[in-house]
Design a protein around this ligand. Structure first.
Ligand SMILES: Cc1cc2nc3c(=O)[nH]c(=O)nc-3n(C[C@H](O)[C@H](O)[C@H](O)COP(=O)(O)OP(=O)(O)OC[C@H]3O[C@@H](n4cnc5c(N)ncnc54)[C@H](O)[C@@H]3O)c2cc1C
Length: 459
């Protein structure tokens, strides 16, 4: 047995690290155990073998409305590694070269959004007015008909809001697929409504995009580990937890694959849902509280990174309408770093990529390059130097309407066991903000149940 800690946190992604940071701030001694060689989970970066760029596993965009994430980054001393746009400004490109900008006006929120919608030139005047009316009706539904929204898909919601095909394709569906990571026909309308309320119909600053100016791992992994270790905690990679061992109806210790065991007063599992189930003994896993989690499904994301001999656009990012590729990010502008060897570095995202994820990398690259050339004519003359295709098969929880009854709370029926992860019931789709909210919720739940007792043991 190694030395007992107050709390063992299993999983070193955003959820586990934010739980551990919140617990360390409350005076708990924490051990974070991560199975992989590096922290970061589904939001990590790595250095290219040729020493060129830091590559994120996929472009991660934060928004001003990610209040918990921004606060977490502030506490670990990383907020200054972010770039904050002042306003929402998204260039949306259409196949025939047409460009329209979704740009919020200078009015206070939520009026700022009306400026963006009413000036959105991909839609005719009548469509823009209907879009505005649809947004207002959605907010009213969120206030008064929440239960009905929870049973609807995004596509069904569009019919209720009387949104035509063009408004769906140019506005609603790009936002929905980007934020929920699945097709509108199978995604929850209530989740979309929650995102839109927080991101677009609140304060002006909540709508703006926020990026990391450094690789994802540099943004939060090391700073969070330093924070925890300075408060008498331990953060250990290469620690694959194989099982939780129970005694007297509570968790007594975790057993690692290499045979080591670690006891604690409390445990937080901050791993994806199916991994969580595998760690429980049969008796606990069949408890309806845990068992229903087994019905949560996942949805993939494909990311393509491509380096060119020149910069083909000055846009920091752009949305593509009507192509397989949905978003393009200009990493040179985002990192504010110009590559000497490869002046152009673009990364592309295809969310909800169920139909693509099994296709070979060269086919995916061809699709993305074809889409790029269709959207940005300047790319036709550029030479691609190298490329990288990254597939995340289980990128996020699939945002189906029935997830509302499947997602568990941080508190579990086991008195000293707590759950965290972007898939916990936060009311949000599986995003960084949901992961951080869940981690902090687990810390609060643990403190509420066991704070005094655990601290007394520690003393
Ligand atoms: C390509 C891609 C793009 C994305 N883009 C965005 C975006 O733009 N904006 C946004 O907000 N979100 C985005 N997301 C979602 C975001 O990355 C996730 O919501 C978030 O990272 C989830 O964090 P987590 O801590 O809940 O889970 P994870 O990151 O999965 O962390 C769980 C950790 O537990 C570890 N683990 C599992 N089992 C064990 C075990 N038995 N023992 C020890 N450790 C274990 C895993 O190795 C992992 O490190 C994106 C995701 C992907 C994949």
């Amino acid at each position: 047995m190694v030395e007992a800690k107050d709390v063992v946190v299993v999983g070193g992604g955003f959820a586990g690290l934010s739980a551990a940071v919140a617990l360390a701030e409350r005076g708990f001694r924490v051990a974070v155990l991560e199975s992989k060689p590096e922290l970061g989970g589904r939001a990590y970066s790595f250095m290219q073998e040729d020493g060129g760029d830091q590559v994120d596993n996929g472009q991660h965009v934060l928004m001003g409305c990610y209040h918990e994430t921004l606060d977490f980054l502030e506490r670990i001393g990383s907020r200054d590694k972010l770039f904050f746009h002042q306003d929402l400004e998204i260039r949306m490109l259409d196949r025939n070269g047409a460009e329209a900008v979704l740009k919020t006006s200078r009015m206070p929120g939520p009026l700022h959004m009306s400026g963006a919608l009413l000036r959105y030139r991909h839609l005719g005047i009548g469509e823009r007015v209907r879009l505005m009316a649809g947004g207002m009706k959605l907010l009213a539904m969120l206030r008064r008909e929440r239960a009905a929204l929870e049973g609807l898909t995004v596509a069904e919601l569009m019919s209720r809001l009387k949104q035509g095909e063009r408004a769906r394709q140019c506005f609603w569906y790009p936002l929905s697929i980007a934020t929920l990571n699945d097709e509108p026909e199978v995604s929850s309308a209530a989740l979309l409504a929650e995102v839109l309320k927080r991101a677009f119909f609140s304060r002006r600053s909540d709508s703006a995009f926020v990026y990391s100016r450094v690789g994802l791992s540099e943004l939060y992994c090391k700073p969070a580990a330093d924070f925890i270790e300075k408060r008498d905690g331990v953060v250990a990679a290469h620690c694959n937890v194989e099982a939780l061992e129970f005694a007297d109806g509570a968790v007594a210790r975790v057993r690692l694959r290499d045979g080591r065991k670690l006891g604690a007063s409390n445990f937080v599992l901050a791993v994806p849902p199916h991994q969580m189930l595998r760690l429980l003994p049969d008796g606990a896993a069949s408890d309806p509280f845990f068992a229903r989690v087994g019905k949560l499904e996942s949805s993939p994301i494909v990311c393509v990174h491509a380096w060119f001999d020149r910069e083909v656009t000055d846009a920091a990012f752009a949305g593509f309408i009507g192509t397989t590729t949905q978003w393009m990010f200009n990493k040179r502008r985002i990192f504010a770093r110009h590559g000497e060897r490869h002046p152009g570095y673009l990364s592309f995202v295809i969310s909800g990529a169920r139909k693509l994820v099994e296709r070979p990398n060269n086919e995916l690259l061809d699709i993305v390059l074809g889409d790029l050339k269709a959207m940005i004519p300047a790319a036709r003359g550029a030479r691609m130097v190298k490329a990288l295709v990254l597939k995340e098969k289980h990128a996020t929880m699939a945002p189906a309407p029935d997830t509302f009854r499947l997602r568990p709370t941080a508190n579990t029926p086991v008195p000293n066991l707590f759950l965290a992860g972007d898939w916990i019931q936060t009311g949000l789709p599986a995003t960084i903000e949901s992961a951080v909210m869940s981690g902090r919720a687990a810390a609060r739940a643990l403190e509420a149940r066991h704070g005094e007792k655990t601290l007394a043991v520690a003393a």
